[in-house]
Design a protein around this ligand. Structure first.
Ligand code: S3P
Length: 207
């Protein structure tokens, strides 16, 4: 693997930031894909603010997502999610992690296309299940057998997530490895210098 000096790496990060302009890097993908963990580290590397849409929804509602689902239902949550993400997208550049269902809303997809660069963190069932089993704050997974729910969501959502500008495989490796793959893919997508090959990333045409 080619070695890059710290200066080269810093220059590449600065170039990514510059090419982004006011756009946000928007992480999408299923529950357990690592959007928050990877997003936080990615923001740190790029010296950009990190925003978690689910946290912002909870702040706006004054309730946890679990409480919003229980008291008002999923449709109400989805409407709040759409509005909050539309507002957040006005605040770029930033790294924005979205909840797993956000990108399924066509208006949110259009807003992300207009104001951001989308990155799908794509993980297989085994990885997703391993990660979501650690916590129980996700109401959708409480509606039935979690693995059956996850399989159904993968079948419904993966074809839509595939519209993302960039796809990166989220594997069982340290988060920083995934962050590196996202940075390589962003550099390639944005045409930044010293972009090296990104074996873990599958990219679609340039902008
Ligand atoms: C959801 C994912 C959750 C949260 C809500 C619904 C979904 O976010 O927005 O529980 O529909 O996939 P994470 O993907 O961050 O777990």
């Amino acid at each position: 693997m080619a070695e890059h000096s710290k200066d080269d790496r810093d220059r590449r990060l600065a170039e990514i930031r510059q090419s982004l302009g006011a756009r946000s890097i928007v992480l999408i993908g299923l529950m357990g894909a690592g959007k928050t963990a990877v997003g936080r580290r990615l923001a740190n590397r790029l010296d950009l603010p990190f925003i978690d849409a689910d946290t912002e929804i909870e702040l706006a509602a004054g309730q946890s997502i679990k409480e919003i689902f229980a008291e008002h239902g999923e449709d109400y949550f989805r409407e709040g999610e759409r509005k909050v993400i539309a507002r957040l997208l006005e605040g770029g550049p930033q790294v924005l992690a979205t909840g797993g269902g956000a990108y399924m809303n066509p208006q949110t997809r259009d807003a992300i296309k207009a104001h951001g660069l989308s990155v799908w963190l794509k993980a297989d069932l085994r990885v997703l299940m391993k990660r979501v089993q650690r916590r129980d704050h996700r109401p959708l997974l409480a509606t039935g057998d979690p693995e059956t729910v996850m399989r159904k969501l993968m079948a419904e959502r993966n074809p839509v997530y595939a519209e993302a500008d960039i796809t990166v495989e989220s594997r069982e490796v340290p988060h920083d490895v995934i962050v590196g793959a996202v940075i390589d893919a962003l550099a390639a997508k944005l045409g930044c210098m010293t972009a090296k090959s990104a074996p873990a990333a599958r990219r679609k045409g340039g902008r």
